[in-house]
Write a protein that binds this ligand. Structure first.
Ligand code: GLY
Ligand code: MN
Ligand code: MN
Length: 463
């Protein structure tokens, strides 16, 4: 078993992180693939993310918009990408902040236009203040305009303004694009199938996140606060080259594990309880998403073990369904059957398996899906159904497998010994020709292995 106990030195970690960058040529290819799908005479307009203020003079950490990053690799705020079909393929126009020595003294390095062309392989780069002048020129004569349509009225209004300017110049030959489309579904379908370079990063994000879970199992003890366990993750992520978790870390001791999006993390961990931790790092904008549930004091009680074993078997059954050509909801159906049979066997539900599945009486204990796509977003882009049918799994898709059981602390329909137990086990899986590739095996999930790690068997992860 190669659990992530052989922690890399900082130098090793830094070397890996330097060597796993996505090559610029891949961003160029992505833009080309997008443009190749568009009808002749199309222009794509895609704004990046802007800085969000947290409170007076303090910002939230900036994080580039995933779609924008996917097409450019450009991580600076307030940028816009415009794609036009040129003679030699897609012409990429980037609008970004100008070099400005005084401003850069306050807010740090800016790429600027010259470097944007050279390093990000843009056809042209303009300063942001040229947007309103240049955009009407860039879309003049195009028939189709593609941009994000997700209820951003400010963006639609701005685009309508640019089109209106062209309509007003119709007598001098200007032509406004009259067919407007949502570009997001096209980008999201591209994002759904990961390249080899993306998979290298995702494997590494998974490895770092698994190491952090091992560390948490090793240091966990009763009376610790949930946020003190959370701190182990944040430390390990950043130590390993990640700048942030991919989503808010969930550390739920006891019944807090039954709250699916519990993020307060401010309660003490009690001996005898389980703790459910859902934590993954973001590395080079790609997410890992792992959940482990383990006993605060290192040993599962009989009831905890019984429920845990059901979830674990459901997870194995679901992972087995991650096969090319099977539909993307096959893992959920497989997990559901095992969970429901387990609930029946333990006397937590009555009836037959068919009745439980049909009536959804299991929903009291299992109320979420088993999988989601994983990538630049933790709940990554891409449709799950096409024309009403669950889509087949394809090589290069990455998904989570995360069954759970949650017995509410006030559920008086079950014996008191079950109440307040929340369990989820979540791994990240790549669809390959050879079957499921689980990339989060660096942290144990079998009861005996977890108890052994918590008992100090295995090489301790050093700080
Ligand atoms: N961590 C979010 C999820 O598992 O979906
Ligand atoms: Mn998940
Ligand atoms: Mn998760």
């Amino acid at each position: 078993m190669t659990h992530a106990n052989q922690q890399k030195s900082r130098a090793e970690q830094n070397l890996i992180n330097r060597n796993i960058k996505i090559p610029q040529s891949e961003y160029d290819l992505r833009r080309q693939r997008l443009v190749d799908q568009l009808p002749e005479g199309s222009v794509v307009i895609l704004p990046g993310a802007v800085i969000r203020y947290r409170n007076n003079d303090a910002d939230y950490a900036f994080r580039q918009d995933s779609d924008f990053y996917y097409l450019t690799g450009f991580a600076e705020e307030e940028a816009w990408l415009v794609l036009t079909s040129g003679r030699k393929g897609a012409d990429s126009h980037l609008f970004c902040l100008p070099k400005d020595r005084a401003q850069e003294t306050w807010t740090g390095f800016r790429v600027g236009q010259e470097q944007a062309i050279a390093e990000y392989n843009m056809s042209c780069a303009y300063t942001l203040d040229q947007l309103d002048n240049r955009l009407p020129e860039l879309i003049d004569g195009a028939q189709h305009l593609f941009y994000p349509m997700q209820g951003d009225d400010a963006l639609s209004r701005r685009i309508q303004d640019w089109c209106q300017q062209l309509r007003q110049k119709a007598r001098s030959g200007a032509v406004a694009p009259e067919q407007h489309h949502n570009v997001l579904p096209l980008i999201h379908e591209l994002r759904l199938i990961k390249s080899d370079a993306e998979l290298v990063i995702m494997r590494h994000a998974a490895e770092i996140s698994a190491e952090a879970h091992c560390k948490a199992m090793q240091v966990c003890e009763p009376e610790m606060m949930e946020y003190q366990l959370e701190a182990e993750y944040l430390y390990h992520f950043m130590r390993s080259g990640s700048r942030a978790p991919a989503y808010n870390t969930i550390v739920g001791g006891g019944a807090n594990g039954c709250v699916l999006h519990y993020v307060e993390n401010n309660q003490p961990l009690n001996a005898g309880d389980l703790v459910l931790i859902d934590a993954g790092c973001e590395l080079q904008h790609y997410a890992a998403d792992i959940t482990r549930t383990f006993p605060v004091s290192g040993r599962f009680s009989p009831e905890q073990s019984a429920l845990y074993q059901v979830v674990l078997e459901a997870q194995y059954a679901a992972i087995d369904q991650v096969q090319v050509g099977l539909d993307c909801h096959a893992p959920h159906r497989a997990a559901l059957n095992v969970l429901c049979q387990g609930l029946l066997d333990l006397g937590l539900l009555g009836g037959t398996l068919d009745e439980v599945v049909e009536s959804e009486s299991y929903r009291r204990f299992y109320m979420h899906g088993t999988s989601h796509w994983l990538g630049l977003d933790v709940h990554d882009a891409g449709r799950y159904k096409i024309e009403g049918q669950s889509r087949p799994l394809q090589v290069g898709m990455v998904l989570t497998i995360e069954p759970g059981l949650y017995i509410a602390p006030d559920d008086d329909s079950v014996d008191v010994c079950w109440r307040g137990i929340g369990i989820r086990i979540e791994d990240n899986v790549i669809v390959t020709e050879q079957g499921p590739e689980v990339i989060t095996t660096g942290v144990p999930k079998n009861i005996a292995e977890i108890e052994a790690l918590m008992a100090g068997e295995g090489i301790a992860i050093s700080a």
